[in-house]
Design a protein around this ligand. Structure first.
Ligand SMILES: Cc1ncc(C[n+]2csc(CCOP(=O)(O)OP(=O)(O)O)c2C)c(N)n1
Ligand SMILES: [Mg+2]
Length: 351
């Protein structure tokens, strides 16, 4: 059976496809090591945010995507700075995989004026146009039609650039996602829709919300070329992204990736057991932690080249040191002045 049919039959937690060790084929160990580094950085940044939220240093809520890093890293490899990437409340990985500075993210979650939204937005309002990140907002599905608009602009400019819309399985239940898929298909707009199907919308499992667990069926309904991937398998994501992005850049219209995955923290903030006992079982969490995308990739690399073990450990130590240093710097950054509060409000008469 395929991953897609496991999804439609609701067998994802038990699916053996997701337990198969990663086969690296003839991929370059050097490139994979770079991608692993990006995943390690994202995980380390998020673990730092989790810890700082736990001890009370971060004032606003944070939605962590630990366990889902392979998706953003596999996709971002095939993007260019002039593409336009949109995301939602769980967006740290999407941003960092594009090369954004962790210090500016830390400063934002700390509300400092050096943050990527000048400290006015927090974790759910991120922006880094220089790296192609056109924004995240917490209105579920709110950025999906914006990505379609940005894709239409790219098409009209004829540059071969694309837009990317990251959204969740919960967002796929918003009407505007279906309007967006329809319009993108009708007008052949170069958008890559990426549904991170982590099986949950807040605390509710997809089986309690939908007749089928598959989200890709909405791509089929709109005649959009799609691939369902194991979202915890970097190469699976990477290969699908390469093919589909190439197709979108060549003028063949929108494309769709459904990446099956799981978040290791609870829906919001630092506890991993917040959903357990609601509708997420600790057994499932254990199963999915065994499918950790970082461990799977590093194990496969070590199996291929045993000496790479020490390179990976050194890489992790350096990342941990740099992330701690970035946090310490961000913490010393100033808060915006009180009279800056209305500077970014769109009105001629705010003072
Ligand atoms: C329009 C809207 N409705 C409801 C919410 C409350 N809400 C915040 S996150 C979330 C779940 C979204 O699930 P999904 O899209 O699967 O993303 P995930 O949290 O799993 O990454 C909901 C319902 C919201 N922020 N916006
Ligand atoms: Mg979800």
């Amino acid at each position: 059976m395929s991953l897609e049919s496991d999804l439609t039959q609701g067998l994802i937690a038990e699916s053996t496809h997701l337990d198969i060790p990663i086969n690296l084929g003839n991929s370059s160990a050097e490139i994979l090591l770079e991608q692993l580094k990006s995943m390690q950085l994202i995980r380390t940044v998020e673990n730092k945010i989790a810890e700082m939220r736990r001890v009370g240093k971060i004032g606003g809520p944070v939605h962590l995507g630990a366990g889902q890093e392979a998706i953003a890293v596999g996709i971002s490899k095939h993007l260019r700075k002039s593409d336009r990437v949109f995301s939602a409340h769980r967006s740290h990985a999407h941003l960092l995989a594009l090369g954004s500075d962790p210090r500016a993210l830390f400063a934002e979650v700390l509300g400092r004026s050096t943050g990527m939204s000048r400290g006015m937005g927090g974790s759910m309002h991120l922006w880094d146009q220089s790296n192609g990140f056109y924004g995240s907002v917490p209105i579920v599905a709110g950025t999906v039609p914006l990505a379609v608009g940005a894709g239409l602009a790219a098409k009209m400019q004829g540059t071969g650039d694309i837009a990317v819309a990251y959204f969740g399985d919960g967002a796929a239940e918003e009407g505007v996602v279906h309007e967006s898929l329809n319009l993108a298909s009708q007008l052949k707009i170069p958008v890559l829709f990426v549904c991170e199907n982590n099986l949950f919308s807040s605390h509710m499992h997809i089986s309690q919300r939908q007749p089928l667990q598959s989200v890709a069926r909405f791509a089929i309904a709109n005649e959009i070329r799609h691939i369902v991937v194991d979202g915890n398998h970097l190469l699976d994501v990477d290969r699908a992204a390469e093919r589909l992005i190439q197709s979108a850049r060549s003028g063949n219209g929108p494309v769709f990736i459904e990446a099956v995955t799981y978040r290791q923290y609870g829906h919001v903030d630092w506890r991993d057991d917040i959903d357990v006992g609601v509708n997420r079982s600790s057994e499932d969490l254990k199963v999915w932690k065994n499918r950790d995308p970082i461990t799977r990739l590093s194990d496969a690399l070590i199996a291929l080249v045993p000496t790479i073990h020490s390179v990976i450990s050194r890489q992790q130590s350096e990342i941990s040191r740099d992330v701690d240093a970035a946090w310490d710097l961000a913490e010393k950054d100033p808060f915006p002045a009180a009279n800056a509060l209305l500077d970014t409000v769109y009105s001629e008469n705010t003072k």
